[in-house]
Design a protein around this ligand. Structure first.
Ligand code: MG
Ligand code: ZN
Length: 241
């Protein structure tokens, strides 16, 4: 029996947002106003598709984008945390659920040699087309009205855990580590014994605080973190129990 660790990517594993960081590759390091203003709520993947097309049209090539994305720093303590998880893979399964895309996450994990730490990455599938444009698709279709059209992390997590319990194993507990508004929906899936770990000072922590003040039912425990070292300490505590 193992513990399942679920990581968000942007502002959790890496200390910035890869989708906004990539704008550094644009001429003048910014997007034209019309493009900036073309974002419609809930349609993030479509918006990023237009950003990637614009970068491609401006002659920004794959290696330049890769250099930019792999230069985003890891959040403090994450490298130490992943080394700890790697040493304890008999106790942990570890996945990423992210609204970024498969190409960016692959680049980051490959550059830092962390592919072996993660059992699965659930994110919007991306690829370079014959013109050298990065294209991105929705991870799935879902009917959750809290989440962007391309991904409900709750549905993605429930599907993953369901499949694992049929084919491989059930987890003793789930530890969910994230920072953002799109991490609220999957956290509502957590049960007694599970742990929600919001990043200190970020949107997820504020929302969970508000939910507990409103006395919304929460069976799971909440442990706030500001570095990977603090997450590691809590995991050490969990495996000693
Ligand atoms: Mg995030
Ligand atoms: Zn949702």
């Amino acid at each position: 029996m193992k513990i399942l660790l679920v990581f968000d990517f942007d502002n959790t594993i890496i200390d910035d947002n890869s989708d906004t960081w990539i704008v550094q590759c644009a001429p003048g390091k910014k997007l034209p106003i019309e493009l900036q203003n073309s974002y419609q709520k809930g349609l993030w993947t479509e918006f990023m598709g237009r950003v990637f097309k614009y970068l491609g049209d401006k002659g920004v090539r794959e290696d330049e984008m890769k250099r930019a994305v792999t230069s985003v720093p890891f959040t403090p303590g994450m490298v130490e945390l992943f080394n700890f998880i790697r040493k304890n893979k008999d106790k942990f399964d570890c996945i990423i659920i992210s609204d970024s895309n498969s190409v960016f996450i692959d680049w980051v994990l490959e550059a830092a040699n962390f592919h072996d730490v993660f059992d699965k990455v659930l994110t919007n599938p991306a690829a370079f087309d014959s013109k050298g444009h990065l294209t991105v698709e929705n991870y799935h279709a879902h009917s959750c009205n809290r989440c962007p059209k391309n991904l409900c992390k709750n549905v993605a997590l429930a599907e993953f855990v369901g499949k694992q319990s049929q084919q491989v194993m059930s987890y003793t507990q789930i530890v969910y580590i994230g920072d953002g508004e799109n991490d609220v929906c999957p956290i509502t899936l957590l049960k007694k014994n599970d742990v929600a770990m919001p990043r200190k000072g970020y949107a997820l922590q504020k929302t969970l605080t508000r939910m507990s003040q409103n006395l919304e039912p929460m069976e799971y425990s909440i442990v706030v973190w500001s570095s990977g070292i603090e997450i590691m300490s809590h995991l050490q505590f969990l495996i000693k129990e």
